[in-house]
Ligand binder design. Structure first.
Ligand code: ZN
Length: 135
């Protein structure tokens, strides 16, 4: 028999608005310190390619797959390129956020620094249950 994928009532609580706020606060905390860009203490805007440095204000898109603790931050935009339209195409089963943050340099080893998010402020939040299901 295949693994059961039926509806599980436990994970589906309706009308829990208060929870969302709590989740968002947690997300902001978790996103602080998430590494962005490539190795080294600089990154590039995903839209215009401009270099981003320590202290720059950026808008980021980050996601986390259901059942995973790790946030991925594949897209960073400079201030000029931020679209501001939030998560335009939510993906089912994935928690997605857009957030404003400042870049900070994080030292991960004696000679190694990386850019990370600091002062994260959530702009939009898409729950795993959001997304196109049969639409
Ligand atoms: Zn840009």
């Amino acid at each position: 028999m295949a693994s059961r994928t039926g509806t599980d009532a436990d994970g589906d609580v309706d009308g829990a608005d208060g929870e969302v706020v709590r989740v968002e606060a947690t997300v902001e905390q978790v996103l602080n310190g998430v590494r962005v860009g490539l190795d080294g203490a600089s990154g590039v805007c995903a839209y215009c390619g401009r270099e981003l440095h320590d202290g720059d204000c950026v808008t980021v898109y980050a996601y986390r797959k259901a059942g995973h603790d790790t946030w991925n931050c594949p897209r960073v935009y400079c201030r000029d390129c931020r679209s501001g339209d939030g998560v335009s195409t939510p993906t089912l089963g994935t928690t997605e956020v857009t957030a404003t943050a400042f870049l900070g340099v994080m030292q991960v080893a004696a000679q190694t620094t990386r850019l990370a998010l600091t002062n994260v402020e959530l702009e939009s939040y898409s729950r795993p249950s959001d997304g196109s299901e049969g639409g």
